[in-house]
Design a protein around this ligand. Structure first.
Ligand code: NAD
Ligand code: UFG
Length: 339
């Protein structure tokens, strides 16, 4: 079975390619490499000992996209391609609507023309907005507090509308919580450009000595230690969830939104302490003001993923930190530094 993976060279995409290949599926990646390196795909091949096809292209280019999709012979699509920086989305919203919403429209048009109606989409817990209850279940009301979140919500709504118009589509909307970690080989991992926005890559760069200390964005939240609480999910577990989602779509029509989280909340300081133990390195912190737009605490109810997909997270905080540390040490400057 051939799977067409948009954005497959990125952080979550590359880990998913490994799991798809290991599950015996074939993979064609379609990526414009705007936030990734082709080297990641070479490493996917060396981890799995298998080949994959890769086409360089932009999902907004409908002609190139349709050709690549038709040539691939795929029966199923996993759609990772998109922009994901919340701050950047506030500065340049049209670029985010263009990549994330228009890009997804082009993809759905190509799929419809080719009669390929199976899609797994990367959504985010950000579509739940301010928690009205916790843990978030898939029935929690939806809202978005920034442009990035609006684009995810717009695509979710587009998918629900498409399904309502034609019930032969098979759509899985996966709502990721906070993906962290790296492949245990240390060969692929998250390679943020510039100063990392997200907690785990920042902590890893402090531990390796690239940055002096971590800014903790607020310690006066109503949480056990005052710092923000999130549901961190190991990227290999997340990737395995995509294989389960593809297999689920093979058996079931429908349009389902499904949380992919561990179901456990960890504070910023929990993660810092776990990273210090895993790495044996100190991670100095300085407490600063709250970061604008941050929520105090949220985590997933992952029971629907267990019931529908037969999936649950297996790797805990220790593995998340150990694997991030291995990737950071072997690739202190990311893919560009070589190995
Ligand atoms: P990433 O930036 O590492 O990967 C995205 C990939 O898509 C990159 O390889 C990039 O080059 C490619 N891409 C971007 N725009 C493209 C376009 N127009 N045409 C073709 N390729 C394009 O990001 P990631 O962390 O792997 O995230 C994958 C998906 O999951 C994204 O849609 C993201 O919004 C979503 N998501 C990520 C997180 C997270 O914290 N990492 C959380 C929730 C949801
Ligand atoms: N944090 C710090 N210092 C930092 C970075 C983060 O204290 O340098 C704190 C944040 O305040 C927050 C926690 O660490 O409490 C996690 O922050 P991240 O930036 O790692 O992740 P977010 O929860 O803010 O957002 C992530 C993705 C979004 C996605 C969201 C969905 O970045 O794209 O998860 O749950 F929408």
């Amino acid at each position: 079975m051939m799977i067409f993976v948009t954005g497959g060279a990125g952080y979550i995409g590359s880990h998913t390619c490994v799991e798809l290949l290991n599950a015996g599926m074939d993979v064609t990646v379609f990526d414009n490499f705007s936030n990734s390196q082709a080297e990641a795909l070479e490493r996917v091949k060396s981890i799995t000992g298998k080949q994959l096809r890769s086409v360089e292209g932009d999902i907004r280019d409908g002609v190139a996209l349709k050709k690549a999709l038709a040539d691939s012979g795929a029966t199923s699509v996993i759609h990772f391609a998109g922009l994901k920086a919340v701050g950047e989305s506030e500065v340049d919203p049209l670029r985010y609507y263009d990549n994330n919403v228009v890009g997804t429209m082009r993809l759905l048009e190509s799929m419809r023309e080719l009669n390929i109606k199976q899609l797994v989409f990367s959504s985010s817990a950000t579509v739940y907005g301010v928690p009205q209850f916790l843990p978030y279940t898939e029935k929690h009301p939806l809202s978005a507090t920034n442009t990035y979140g609006q684009t995810k919500l717009a695509v979710e709504n587009m998918l629900r509308d498409v399904y309502r118009s034609d019930a032969s589509w098979r759509l899985a909307i996966l709502r990721y919580f906070n993906p962290v970690g790296a492949h245990p080989t240390g060969l692929i991992g998250e390679d943020p450009q510039g100063v990392p926005n997200n907690l785990m890559p920042y902590v890893a760069q402090v531990a390796v000595g690239r940055r002096e200390f971590l800014n903790v964005w607020g310690n006066d939240y109503p949480t056990p230690d005052g710092t923000g609480v999130r549901d961190y999910i190991h990227v290999v577990d997340l990737a395995a969830g995509h294989v389960k989602a593809v297999q689920f779509l093979e058996r079931n029509a429908g349009c389902n939104a499904i949380n992919l989280g561990a179901g456990v909340g960890h504070s910023v300081l929990d993660l810092v302490h776990a990273f210090e133990s895993a790495s044996g390195k100190p991670v100095p912190v300085k407490v600063g003001p709250r970061r604008s737009g941050d929520l105090d605490a949220y985590w997933a109810d992952p029971s629907l993923a267990r019931d529908l997909l037969g999936w649950s997270a297996e790797r805990g905080m220790e593995a998340m930190c150990l694997d991030t540390w291995k990737w950071q040490q072997s690739n202190p400057n990311g893919y560009k530094g070589g190995i």
